[in-house]
Write a protein that binds this ligand. Sequence first.
Ligand code: ARG
Length: 457
Amino acid sequence: GGLFGKGGRFSGQVDPVMEKFNASISFDKRMWQEDLLGSMAYAKALVGMGIVTKEESEQLCEGLEKIKGEWEAGSFTLQPSDEDIHTAHERRLTELLPSLGGKLHTGRSRNDQVATDTRLYVVRKERDIIKLMGDLLAAGAKLANETKGILCPGYTHLQPAQPIRFGHWVLSHVSPLIRDVERLLEIIPRANRCPLGSGALAGNAFGVDREGLRKELNMDQVTSNSLDSVCDRDFVVEFLFWHTLMLTHISQLAEDLIIFNLSKSVIISDAYSTGSSLMPQKKNPDALELLRGKAGMALGRAVGFTATLKGLPRAYNKDLQEDKRGLFDAIDTTEDCVQIATGVLGTLKVDAEKMGSGLCKEMLATDLADYLVRKGVPFRETHHISGAVVRVAEEMGTDIGSLTLEQLQNVDSRFEADVMEIWNYEQSVERKCSTGGTSLSSVEEQIRKVDEFISMI
Ligand code: ARG
């Protein structure tokens, strides 16, 4: 085996380890649909090139349709000599159409073929992922809406900072995911360009109608330079970095949920938790830990493949075959993570009481400073005064909300009776009513915008 497509120059047998080392069929067979689409488009283009008649072109397409049927029925069988999906299909087509099959590859190379297949595959998957991301955003918007009435601690440096609405926290993770969808929508048109007709590197010697190929394949543009076309893997790198950033966002969401889960303020559905093989009481947030962990390998894939590209000479080199495994893993991981994250958010229960017990009066120290600001005292001064109040409470072993008016006035005489109204989390939250804030109206406005975005994708 291993000689198909190599032709007359080769006589000796290939080292079987080399055969395995060189082959990509075990993983690139997942692009079978795209490879057939590309070949059908090319079979049609061959008529204009004067290589086959209209009838022959139709016969080629029928042969390719038959192969499609075999894949769909699960009856397509790989031969040991099938190095990759392209040679496998050509081998099968020549079995079906012994002399005509050999005309399909006229002027075409596996170099422009694989670039086309991979682009078509990535674009199809990117579109699938946008749909999945839409479900995730919708689950986020729904959860935010259901929990907009629940107050929770907002942290900086993992220290209690200011009270916020839980729905506001949810939306803080929806926002980056919306940017991820925007970015994905931006990279698709660059991936969806057609390199078919570039030949091995120098172009097509039979006057192929590349614009016709582009149209046939529903792609956005024809690539501009044949040398670049066969080695441009920017679209792979763009997806790899895209998924790294998106999974980084999911990782941050997971980490926050793991923290909320510590106090049982959130309850992760059994569907996304696991038990311990030893400790019967355990319910571990494994889904969240996996979501948190996936970004690491994602970054590795992005960095690894970029390093593979660095220093490559023009044009096609077999190094480029290394694009696929990482890309396919990236796509699979992305699809899994987005669906799991959607499931986790869609089934999350929030315990308002436990969430509330995470609040403490010190989280209103800024509100206390703002109180004096509203009486005309400069903020730098009120910040200092409120800090002094915190220190007094600490020294007395109590919290700032338990201090009497007199004790407050001892720190600053400008505190009046109405200062006692400060110790109200709900009102603190409601004062943050400008755009993007945590008041109910601001949160509802954010949810509206998320819904609007979802309806547009
Ligand atoms: N299996 C190869 C790949 O994935 C296809 C292109 C092979 N071209 C070549 N000149 N060896 O990149």
